[in-house]
Design a protein around this ligand. Structure first.
Ligand code: ATP
Ligand code: RIB
Length: 309
């Protein structure tokens, strides 16, 4: 397959990031930090931009408000080649906003004002699926849960494989998602879904097995930050380390990882080769500040891999 056609369903947020948030404030307290800035983000939009930058044809289903952030978000995605005809401008809601507080290790805590993301619905998804045929659907949980389920059911009816990035962390029933292609939570999301903290390889493997039994996907792939990723295929689990980089900001690393992996699989890579590529894409993302602006192109990932081979 040369240029895969991908549908991304999910959130679009303007991110307001603050660096130097090295401790959490108590209620009623302010912690003084350093530099701040605005950057287009949102798990769905980040995935769509990552997919476009990895050389696929990508259509976004999502919602923004009728406001300046919404306009900026759409323009940012269009400039990366994402088709935004199926992005709805919702005049009753604001564009989503994520407050990203980043510490000196590049890790963040975040508050998300969901705004228009709360309006993403089955009809939005159906309109896109009726218009085009897709090789894969990529989604996450930063939208109403019923939309997640219906997106999966609509994709299944059309025999389109679905990649679910299980962020943000929440406990959801997985029975309506049985038969996913890939289920991919990070550490916090794994803990929320299974009750198991994947702090050791054994614990991660146990959590992956539990998720596999509940959702019956082809693969469970846990994202374990600087430790890499754990792949479980129903018979064995394997920890696949990532690359060593100078971490600046992990925002969008998980989104980049999932999108790059999905595209490589669509392009015919074997799963381990695809994970290595996704680790490289996410590693570059972690070494840069911001969400969509930190996502590398396919060429940048290939150069990174060539330097490390
Ligand atoms: P996000 O920060 O976007 O929410 P996530 O929590 O979903 O990300 P992580 O587990 O943090 O996902 O990371 C996803 C991938 O990013 C990892 O599998 C790895 O490839 C890469 N990565 C994350 N942190 C680091 C790091 N410190 N050094 C190198 N690579 C990293
Ligand atoms: O995954 C990172 C994203 O999560 C950020 O861009 C922010 O918008 C939050 O939704």
């Amino acid at each position: 397959m040369n240029k895969p056609k991908i549908l991304v369903v999910g959130s679009m947020n303007m991110d307001l990031y603050v660096e130097g948030a090295n401790r959490l404030p108590a209620f009623g307290e302010s912690v003084q930090c350093g530099h701040y800035g605005y950057a287009p983000g949102g798990k769905g939009a980040n995935q769509a931009v990552a997919v476009a930058k990895q050389g696929a044809d990508v259509f976004m289903v999502g919602r923004v408000g009728d406001d300046a952030y919404g306009k900026t978000m759409k323009e940012a995605m269009e400039s990366e080649g994402v088709h935004t005809d199926c992005v709805v401008t919702d005049s009753k809601r604001q564009t989503g906003l994520a407050l990203m507080l980043i510490n000196e290790d590049g890790r963040y805590v975040s508050y998300v004002g969901m705004g228009a993301n709360d309006g993403v619905c089955e009809e939005d998804v159906r309109a896109a699926m009726d218009k085009e045929s897709f090789d894969m659907v990529i989604m996450q949980l930063e939208m109403p849960l019923e939309t997640v389920y219906r997106t999966y059911e609509l994709a299944k009816e059309r025999k389109i494989p679905v990649f679910l990035d299980a962020g943000p962390a929440m406990k959801i029933p997985l029975d309506r998602l049985k038969g996913l292609f890939i289920l991919s939570p990070n550490e916090a999301e794994t803990k929320a879904l299974t009750g198991i903290s994947p702090d050791t390889e054994e614990a991660a493997a146990a959590a992956a097995k539990q998720l596999y039994e509940e959702a019956e996907p082809e693969y469970v792939l846990l994202k374990l930050g600087s430790k890499g990723a754990l792949l479980y295929d129903g018979t064995k689990s394997e920890l696949i380390p990532c690359f060593k980089v100078d971490a600046v900001d992990s925002t969008a690393a998980g989104d980049t990882f999932g999108a790059a992996l999905a595209i490589r699989l669509c392009k015919g890579d074997e799963i381990h080769t695809a994970i290595r590529f996704a680790h490289a894409a996410a590693g570059i993302c972690v070494s840069r500040l911001g969400a969509q602006i930190s996502i590398p192109t396919e060429e940048e990932v290939e150069e990174f891999l060539a330097e490390r081979s």
